[in-house]
Design a protein around this ligand. Sequence first.
Ligand code: DGJ
Length: 746
Amino acid sequence: MKKTVHINETNQEFHLTNGKISYIFRVMEKTHTLEQLYAGKAIRHRDSFDHLIEREIRPSNNQVTGDHTTSLEHVKQELPVFGTTDFRYPALEIRYPDGDRISQFEYLDYQVIEGKKKLPGMPATFAEAEEATTLEIRLHDRYSALVLKLSYTIFHQFSALTRHVEISNSGNETYQLERLMSFSLDLPTDDFDFIHLHGAWAREAQLERHPLLTGVQHISSTRGASSHVHNPFFALAKKTATERQGEVFGFSFVYSGNFLAQVEVDPYHVTRAMLGINPHQFGWALSPGAVFTAPEAVMVYSDAGLNGMSQTFHSLYRNHLISPKWSGRKRPILINNWEATYFQFDEAKILELATDAQALGIDLFVLDDGWFGKRDDDASSLGDWSVDRAKLPTGIAGLADKIHALGLQFGLWFEPEMVSVGTPIHDAHPDWEIGHPHKNISHGRNQYVLDFSRPEVVDNIFAQMDAILKSCKIDYVKWDMNRYISEAFSQALSSERQGEILHRYILGVYALYEKILAGYPELLIESCAGGGGRFDAGLLYYAPQTWASDDTDAVERLKIQYGTSLVYPLSAIGSHVSEVPNHQVARITSLKMRGDVAAFGTFGYELDSTKLSEDEKAIIREQITQVKGWQALIHQGDFYRLLSPFEGNTTAWMVVAADKSEALVGVYHVLAKPNPAYERILLAGLDAAALYRIDGNEAVRYGDDLMQAGLLLGGNYIGRAQDYWSRKMPGDFSSQLYHLQKIDNS
Ligand code: DGJ
């Protein structure tokens, strides 16, 4: 194994490199703080990188008396703190007992560890000793008994590095932590575009790209969840970078709560990128002996454009974040009753749907919202996880047995973090809700948020869920969360600890995931927050798939799934075929297109099977057979985005097996065009020298030919008389899948 952490002891330089990426910083002689020297494509190691130090006398404030080159404003830093000569936003800010905020964290020592330690109570990427190396750097505060540890892990096979931060108090006073960003990187130029995913309910992961401005720009969440509004991810791409070429830095946060992703371009064109818990609404009282851990952030470097960045995120998250129990395992094809019945169902209806589902080839039946308390609409019963016997006379256990007897797996919906008025826990424990007892507490979808910062609340919900889960065999849980947290206040926290509530809340959510998975290690959990309101790397650690959006329209889904694929692997993207007119936009698309879009994710259905015609059932049976055959390719293959739905009428993407033996291409046209031009799609990732057979046809094509000359799209020319008069054209919302197989003896 090649060395991945180089330390120049004499000039105190640290170089993390794996032949793909280099990350270099050093200890400054005069301030003993950390200076960032280089981050990007791997460069050769050498005994000194002193030549990368830039120092000139500039107009500025200087730290060291008599020295005119100790202005941190002009130094690229690894851990910028408040209270120095750096006027940019810091990564760390502490309020001391006397109210001042001036810190100086000086280098103490380092440690190299093979592999990666677990983060206490929080999700993080994992690695064995031979897969990654961790460098821990300890710094101590010149003005207090605080010690800060920066932990960097470099993965040997990936162009990726993670960082998390720990701060501990060995003194006997309490310090208020006001800001602690998990990652902070100063890059020497600003010729980048800022790329991020924004959205709202039912239109998540909308891709936006714009040049950096001089000054501060950020995306964030203040909603208590990572949110639909911005995904906890951003990329800095060289202006010339495209999907497949050019340099890109991608940053992803392994966290599900409030976050801040901030980029600051200073007057000298230095770009400071940082990612961490949002300091707005955050504070943490570090009492004597306490340790605070800031969650993990992941940085990916790509010199193969955005697609290169995405492929690194995909394989890193598939192999080192998603549970090994599920990363390579076949996922069940499911049917969910939500759009078929909403709250109006009974056991007979559910069994009717399940019987049809089984005959169609579906593996798993998921019973969604409405099975508990008296929940006939969204105004009641959350927090009362007892079965509604009026709907399900034989209980969940009876229903689960009947569904299993049909040969299907059984899944169940929960929204563990919420409470409705009129439920036993609402009446018995009004203080268990987030909000101030004497001030307004807003509802969202008629519901209130349980204070998951309190362990007794988490324990109560665990006990209720546990009672259901142990009453019968439940194979899958859909874990929903349908409102954001406003008026964040905990009745259990003291006044100086109120800033801790939202982080403690997310730690409570993680604790419940841990308890459930400890009790039911075989359970498949799909996370959901009104669709993709908590689609983040934090939850992927526990739940290998996430319901990407409540919008199931195939056209809208092109954008949502394309955007989501920037960071998250297809095996994580929950995608279903639903009925038409679509329930979110009333659009009518073909069953084929709905299937062809949903195929590039975790596949399933969400419709009333009793309303399907025999022809539709035949199409669905065929879709299921195909997707089952292709699932390993789709979930484990390398994904290439070919044409963007954000840029034109045609979307195209493909997956290629790791050994390039097989590929699946999806091409989608939103509107039909009269007398269209000929179209060809340039494929990617194939074996250039190999021959491929497309959809079993006799004609075969070389990989290079398909990548350079392209796949010619037939069948879309509607000017031919017989097509025109017979009205055989695909019309609006058409799609085609092409399955390519390498010919053995090529
Ligand atoms: C929001 C989810 O995203 C839907 O799929 C469904 O489970 C509803 N909640 C149920 O209330």
